[in-house]
Design a protein around this ligand. Structure first.
Ligand code: BG6
Length: 484
């Protein structure tokens, strides 16, 4: 298969927070890969901005080190790296003071796509937006990219939206949820809406339940201070997992365009029922495996923040009434795996007897690792001995199916940054979506705070707290095994 890379228009991208972790790990290596792949035109510029007093050369050395660390060896081409670095400059700038803004103005060119990546704490969004306007650097054609956390509750998200709206229109604001940039997440839409096979069955009449799992082996090491004010609900459920849920549950949009897709996602979020406390399990990892527990990493010995969360969620609309969605996510679990499993119901009448070994059909969409899909179907167990059924996967690993092209699949950030330059907001969260998601999570979080709820401890390397098993057992269902 030949990969079809279509270059974007030449651009100037300013990265505020240009020396930060995200810039080094994801944004800059991702841009390099798009340059290598021929998608970033040579006539584009990247301008790193941060408070540190650095020369262009020192900044380029930092970028070179980031590429060295975060780009796989087979993608490192010294000549291309040199070419890429030549497109990078640096400005020492502070959102709250004057220095640097006039220099930035001279670096950003009129007549090319201009994007400003706010890879900084949300508290600085307003100052950055204001300065860009005051200095005439931003106009109605430029774009801004903002990172999560987009607020920590409905009130703060509304305040942030209002601040940005003073300076930019909604179609200039790109709220990143990197899960929407993952290849398989977008494949969800392709699978649902480019095939006739699944859609007729995609409803409560045929779907018994849906499981969404995002399990991580890492703890909160090094991010304890942020994470302790966040927890799994704010860090993963309100954004990433909510987006996955939306893509599975939404109605077919009339077209694959930003307004249509985001309208349908918003309807799902608004249709979510309030979650009962008995449908929630919160956990916190204990010490083990030679590492400290959550409380040691959070530096708060009395922390009640959850590093694991399992929820049973209902979408109250005609399509999904009666089909529960079980969501779980956690840190320091047995394996790193993210998947969506759609379990279908029994056929209305079985012609086989009870000993035949029947099991449900399951469509498993693997986000990571080994991206792909399995459709578990029943067949006859080969050989003599009567009609015995066995479950086999119709297995499609994208790496096998697409060969070399699968290796060239852009990382989520690369793809999303190119979408910013193309001006395509389909895979970005709209302000009303973010607010609706907080409106749903706020009462749950407030309930824990009011009750002083303490999460259950769970062992590192396990699949989470015992009670999470019960969440499904009591409904006569089982979680899928967490395995890498
Ligand atoms: C981030 C969260 O948004 O997503 C992290 O803040 C989490 O806590 C990460 O580890 C997971 O992303 P991925 O792409 O590794 O699944």
């Amino acid at each position: 298969m030949v990969s079809r890379v279509i270059p974007v228009d030449p651009f100037d991208l300013v990265i505020f927070g240009g020396t930060g972790d995200l810039a080094k790990r994801k944004i800059l290596p991702g841009l390099y890969r798009r340059f290598l792949g021929g998608q970033m035109p040579a006539d584009s510029r990247i301008i790193g901005g941060a408070r540190a007093d650095l020369t262009d050369e020192a900044y380029r050395a930092m970028v070179a080190a980031a590429i060295d660390e975060f780009v796989p060896p087979d993608r490192k081409n010294p000549e291309v790296i040199t070419d890429f670095l030549a497109r990078i400059s640096y400005v020492s700038i502070d959102a709250t003071v004057e220095g640097g803004w006039e220099k930035l103005k001279t670096l950003v060119r009129p007549g090319v796509v201009r994007a400003f990546y706010f890879s900084v704490a949300p508290a600085l969004f307003g100052d950055l937006a204001e300065k860009l306007h005051q200095h005439g650097i931003a106009d109605t054609t430029c774009r801004i990219v903002v990172e999560k956390p987009f607020g920590r509750d409905l009130a703060s998200a509304k305040a942030l939206n209002a601040t940005l709206a003073k300076y930019f229109t909604e179609d200039q604001i790109y709220r990143i949820d990197h899960y929407l940039g993952k290849e398989t997440v977008q494949n969800l839409m392709a699978v649902r809406f480019a095939n006739i096979l699944f859609e007729p069955l995609w409803k409560a009449e045929y779907v018994d339940h849906v499981q969404i799992t995002v399990a991580e082996t890492v703890g909160v090491n090094g991010r304890g201070a942020y994470y302790d004010t966040s927890g799994a609900m704010r860090d993963m459920i309100q954004n990433h997992m909510m987006q996955l849920l939306c893509l599975i549950a939404m109605e077919p949009p009339y077209h694959f365009d930003p307004a249509a897709v985001r309208d349908e996602k918003l309807k799902v979020i608004r249709a979510l029922d309030a979650v009962k406390p008995s449908d929630i399990v919160r956990g916190q990892y204990l010490a083990g495996g030679g590492e400290g527990g959550y409380v040691e990493h959070s530096e708060n010995p009395n922390s009640k923040t959850e590093s694991y969360l399992a929820l049973k969620v209902s979408v109250s609309n005609w399509r999904w009434k009666g089909t529960p969605f079980y969501l779980r996510t956690g840190k320091r679990l047995r394996a790193r795996t993210s998947e969506i499993a759609i379990t279908f119901k029994e056929p209305p009448h079985s012609i086989f007897d009870e000993t035949s070994g029947w099991k449900e059909n399951v469509l498993v969409i693997r986000l990571q690792p080994n991206e792909g899909m399995d459709l578990l179907v029943m067949i006859k167990e080969p050989g003599p001995g009567g009609m015995r059924l066995t479950q086999v996967p119709l297995d499609m690993s994208f790496a096998d199916a697409l060969g070399e092209d699968a290796e060239d699949v852009p990382d989520a950030y690369e793809r999303l940054i190119m979408d910013v330059i193309r001006g395509n907001q389909t895979l970005f969260m709209r302000g009303d979506e973010v607010e609706a998601a907080w409106a749903w999570t706020d009462p749950i979080i407030q309930g824990w705070e009011a009750r002083g709820h303490k999460p259950q401890g769970y062992d590192p390397g396990s699949s989470g707290p015992e009670d999470a098993l019960m969440l499904m057992h009591r409904d006569g269902r089982r979680w899928r095994e967490i395995k890498g």
